[in-house]
Design a protein around this ligand. Structure first.
Ligand SMILES: [Zn+2]
Length: 309
């Protein structure tokens, strides 16, 4: 999309630059799209430093925008290059990984296609790795990363699952118990308030004692009401969701390999905050709780539990 198209779109959507000049000038659009301040940075004497203000856009989107502006984004939308187009970034320079399809003609005249992935940077620095990844290699590397989520020992996997199930079952029981005792306290407090009022009306206690005691009862009533509301904030059915996610994570590597293209991208986006590729390795930085699940030496090494607990 050219800057002029962006300006036209903003005008059509009713965005006004300023009353005397309603349409956004092209140089302003360019300034905004190139401005690292929106990333949460500050610029001082041509150098960029992390700022203290809230970023308005995330770095990946900013980088995609930079790639497009500088014409460096060789985004290939062909359906068989599903790992291209910004899904994975080059860990050396931060550019998108793009795909290339090479067609080779054999001596018998038949053709064979090879797909490669590499950094889309057309102006790499001299020390930039010059490596292409074969499609199958990259797919295997991704599956290997996803396989880290699986707890290898069958016994340990079953134990973790049943521990989770017990913990969530316990949440429901705890909630019921807490709710019961708080409701009981609510009616006790109401009874005490009634008796206090009767004692005051019968002139058994004087006004100042009545006022103090009544105030104390009201404070406790407010606290009990608040606790009761909080008890119900945790939805016990989340336990079922957590178990389903755990089961899913245990087979995600296999499922990824046999999924269609859009599901593959969706799985990677769901699991990972960052997907980086260099000349020798792929690094998938996973979101919590998958990160913790992938980095759990103790699950596959029962001895570690005995010594660390
Ligand atoms: Zn690169």
């Amino acid at each position: 999309m050219a800057f002029k198209t962006i300006a036209d779109r903003l005008a059509a959507e009713g965005h006004i630059y300023r009353p005397s000049e309603p349409k956004f000038p092209l140089k302003t659009i360019s300034y905004i799209l190139n401005n690292p301040v929106y990333l949460g940075n500050v610029v001082w004497r041509n150098k960029t430093y992390p700022g203290k203000h809230q970023p308005l856009i995330d770095p990946e989107l900013f980088q995609q925008c930079q790639d497009i502006i500088k014409g460096r984004n060789r985004r290939i939308g062909k359906s068989d290059l599903e790992l291209a187009g910004g899904l994975i970034r080059c860990s050396h320079c931060g550019q998108s990984i793009s795909g290339e399809k090479h067609t080779q003609t054999r001596s018998d005249g038949s053709t064979v296609h090879h797909i490669y992935y590499r950094c889309a940077n057309n102006y790499p620095s001299p020390d930039h790795p010059k490596v292409r990844w074969r499609k199958a290699e990259l797919e295997q590397a991704i599956a290997a990363e996803l396989a880290k989520l699986r707890i290898k020992s069958d016994d340990m996997r079953t134990l973790v699952r049943s521990t989770m199930a017990d913990a969530f079952a316990d949440i429901g029981t705890q909630q019921r118990k807490q709710s019961q005792s708080l409701t009981k306290r609510q009616s006790e407090l109401k009874g005490m308030q009634d008796r206090l009022l009767n004692a005051y009306l019968a002139n058994t206690i004087d006004e100042s004692i009545f006022a103090t005691k009544s105030e104390n009862l009201k404070t406790e009533q407010t606290q009990v009401d608040r606790h009761l509301a909080q008890v119900h904030l945790i939805d016990p059915s989340r336990g079922a969701a957590a178990l389903a996610i755990f089961d899913w994570s245990q087979n995600v590597a296999e499922n990824w390999l046999c999924s269609n293209k859009s599901t593959r991208r969706e799985i990677l986006d769901t699991l990972c905050v960052n997907k980086q590729l260099n000349d020798v390795s792929l690094c998938l930085e996973m979101r919590s709780p998958f990160r913790e699940l992938a980095q759990r030496p103790f699950f596959d090494n029962p001895h570690h539990i005995e010594t660390s607990s």
